[in-house]
Design a protein around this ligand. Structure first.
Ligand code: MF3
Ligand code: CO
Ligand code: CO
Length: 277
């Protein structure tokens, strides 16, 4: 397998899929409140993707080699859950942090994005982790341009996260995306500058760092999907799907409700905190 290069027409399809995925998060944002179950969020997302967007929820029945089919339409990962949390009937509580990860397929193209939400009133530590993880994702995104290497992205994320006293999960990474949910290349969120694949215009991949407040080690739960921190420390993740353009990058998973990029990207005064409520 090699890294697919998207044509202008391909990119047009991926922009649509990316916007739709982001719009699912826009729609869910108002519902993430104390008392709501993640099953309810899954139902709302499934209905919106299928009946409003005319799209397909990519996670539903997704079964990579060695996995049982994923049973829901979104992933919801709460507190010490790192990723791939399965929606269930337990209500969210005040102070929980939850990652909602949405992937839609529209006209054969995938758009993959996730955000953190703080349920009700979050602790200072929880808000700091969520906001630093958002900035860590953007530290990676701004490295994306032709001639840069994947190791530059990983290094930027790792350096930023570790300088803040956090750790980077190693076992899961960003990925190429297009006609397939997960394609080459793997996009590690740690690494050394100047190493690994060189970026070329038309590549599309996700950047989706998982950052732990404590140690980086993880384990898988017996459901075969949910990943948690071994030390039960809080974990956060944000994800965008990004195109390499002729001059830099274009984030494809954007919509009216996307949180603004951090100040170091826009050169503006500090924007409102990435996580609301
Ligand atoms: N959306 C996840 C990612 O960012 C993958 C979820 S796989 C699933 O790559 F089956 F759990 F949905
Ligand atoms: Co992804
Ligand atoms: Co995702």
């Amino acid at each position: 397998m090699t890294i697919s290069i998207k044509t202008a027409a391909d990119v047009e399809g991926m922009r649509i899929a990316g916007r739709l995925a982001s719009e699912v998060l826009d729609m869910l944002a108002a519902h993430v409140k104390p008392g709501v179950t993640t099953d309810r969020l899954d139902q709302l997302a499934h209905h919106h993707i299928v009946n409003v967007q005319g799209a397909i929820p990519a996670p539903l029945n997704y079964a990579p080699p060695g996995y049982t089919p994923y049973p829901k339409s979104i992933c919801t990962s709460i507190n010490h859950q790192v990723c791939h949390g399965i929606p269930n009937d337990r209500p969210l509580k005040n102070g929980d942090i939850v990652n909602v990860d949405v992937t839609v397929i529209k006209d054969g193209w995938h758009g993959d994005t996730s955000r953190m939400f703080i349920v009700g009133e979050g602790s200072i530590a929880a808000k700091r982790l969520c906001n630093f993880t958002y900035e860590a994702m953007w530290k990676g995104i701004v490295r994306v341009k032709p001639g840069a290497r994947l190791g530059d992205i990983g290094h930027a994320i790792q350096t930023f996260a570790e300088n803040a006293g956090f750790s980077v999960v190693r076992e899961f990474c960003g990925h190429g995306i297009g006609r397939n949910f997960h394609e080459e290349p793997q996009v590690l969120h740690y690494g050394r500058p100047g190493t690994l694949e060189e970026l070329v215009p038309g590549m599309v991949f996700t950047i989706e760092p998982m950052i732990n407040a404590g140690r980086r080690e993880i384990r898988e739960m017996t459901d075969g999907w949910t990943i948690v921190t071994k030390d039960r420390s809080l974990s956060a993740q944000w994800e965008h799907t990004v195109l390499v353009t002729d001059t830099g990058y274009e984030v494809l998973t954007v919509s009216a409700g996307s949180p603004p990029p951090p100040a170091f990207v826009t050169g503006q005064q500090p924007a409102p905190a990435a996580v609301g409520h």
